[in-house]
Write a protein that binds this ligand. Structure first.
Ligand SMILES: *[C@@H]1O[C@H](CO)[C@@H](O)[C@H](O)[C@H]1NC(C)=O
Ligand SMILES: *[C@@H]1O[C@H](CO)[C@@H](O)[C@H](O)[C@H]1NC(C)=O
Ligand SMILES: *[C@@H]1O[C@H](CO)[C@@H](O)[C@H](O)[C@H]1NC(C)=O
Length: 395
């Protein structure tokens, strides 16, 4: 009797233990306690998302140590107030000793149009959480690195190409009413231009009367991969084209406001010819023209619908020959309604600049990067494979 009860007691104890264990298991099971698990995680890992990310600029930007930024070192406050970044929990410096060790930086930015600096080629030690950034605003022909030696090195790309991880455009177009960024974008939504003749712009109408010359081109690099100099020379046989700078016969010193003013008052067209025919490669020459009252004639490897509103420019690559292009330019210039229709977009869109470091900061905070390893195996293949040598237009 006594023995039995002791055994029962032992059994009861065992049963109790089992029940306790099962209860514990059930309590930590996501089937019953999903919110509790998340709550516990968040309590023990506070504010991981908002910790400041640090960025080191490794090499200079064409001799500019600051990459056109206002200071050598920027903290979250400058990211917010000076760069106007929506995500600003970042610090950035061009001083290699800003943090006590190179492995502490979350990202290191390398400028690909400069060789690795002689004194500090590249960091000797690398921590696996670090992001190395391939940064370049120039076309592939300006790359000063032997990329075949830099495989499996870069984690992120920052360039003008729209398929870069961080898009670094020369300028952006915003919707004037909402302020939303419209372009560049691989599939932008553009308003449709109004019918020709239904659109009036008194400034353009007035300026059209004073514009006595056809086209102006400002250029300082003469022989190019795109052979734009040959296209321009061929165009000169058909229209009056004034070439300013070291490749032409005319001079207008850079920074002289009269050079810009005469685009409004003297010229119908501005040539925005790129030096290489590369995907998405559109430079500041084009955006400079958009800030004046002049119609840009573009020549490049980009699909310009990704960058500019319809009917705001003339694309040389859409013409079979130089004769046809010249004929079209003459037609547009001869008719004020036609000429004016190229300016319809100005009431709907405005130009803006944005620092690529805003997007870099944002990406360093995104969960995509914190929890995923990514790098470019053959970055040369990605980068070089975007240009062509042969234009569509014959000249
Ligand atoms: C250019 O881009 C637009 C917008 O993405 C697209 O609809 C069009 O097909 C592209 N044109 C060419 C020639 O690729
Ligand atoms: C545009 O303005 C001009 C003069 O300012 C006027 O003669 C012309 O009829 C107007 N056209 C339209 C479509 O409103
Ligand atoms: C960056 O790439 C390297 C390989 O080159 C890799 O070891 C590292 O984990 C990557 N870092 C990130 C944050 O993806």
């Amino acid at each position: 009797m006594r023995l039995l009860s002791r055994r029962t007691l032992a059994l009861l104890l065992l049963l109790l233990c089992v029940i306790l264990i099962v209860f514990q298991k059930l309590k930590s099971s996501p089937l019953l306690n999903q919110y509790g698990i998340l709550r516990q995680y968040l309590v023990s890992n506070p504010a991981k998302q908002s910790a400041t990310r640090s960025i080191l600029i490794w090499s200079s930007f064409f001799g500019d140590e600051r990459w056109k930024l206002p200071f050598d070192t920027l903290g979250p406050q400058q990211f917010r107030d000076d760069l106007h970044c929506p995500v600003y929990q970042c610090e950035l410096s061009n001083r290699h000793d800003y943090l006590p060790s190179l492995e502490l930086y979350d990202a290191i930015v390398f400028h690909m149009a400069e060789p690795f600096p002689l004194t500090a080629a590249f960091p000797l030690h690398r921590s696996p959480h670090q992001t190395y950034v391939f940064a370049l605003l120039e076309p592939p022909g300006e790359t000063k690195h032997r990329l075949s030696d830099e495989q499996n090195f870069y984690n992120l790309t920052m360039s003008y190409r729209l398929d870069s991880d961080i898009v670094w455009p020369y300028a952006q177009l915003l919707d004037a009413q909402t302020g939303a960024v419209v372009a560049p974008n691989s599939h932008p939504y553009w308003r449709q231009p109004p019918a020709i003749g239904s659109w009036n712009d008194s400034t353009v109408r007035r300026l059209w009367q004073t514009k006595k010359r056809m086209a102006a081109w400002f250029v300082s690099h003469c022989p190019t991969l795109s052979q734009r100099e040959k296209l321009a020379a061929a165009l000169q046989h058909h229209i009056e084209l004034d070439i300013y700078g070291s490749c032409g016969t005319l001079q207008c010193s850079r920074g002289d406001p009269r050079c810009d003013e005469m685009l409004d008052t003297d010229y119908m067209f501005y040539l925005a010819f790129e030096n290489s025919l590369c995907v998405d490669y559109v430079t500041e020459k084009l955006y400079g023209a958009l800030r004046r009252h002049i119609v840009p004639v573009v020549f490049g490897g980009a699909n310009y619908t990704r960058f500019l509103p319809p009917h705001s420019y003339i694309d040389a690559e859409h013409f079979e020959s130089v004769e046809k292009l010249a004929e079209h330019m003459r037609y547009v210039a001869s008719n004020v309604e036609e000429y004016m229709s190229y300016f319809w977009w100005r009431q709907h869109y405005k130009l803006a600049d944005r620092s690529p470091f805003c997007e870099l900061c944002e990406q360093l905070h995104s969960t995509r990067l914190t929890h995923k390893t990514q790098f470019y195996g053959d970055i040369q293949d990605w980068w070089f494979n975007s240009c062509r040598l042969v234009p569509h237009i014959h000249f």
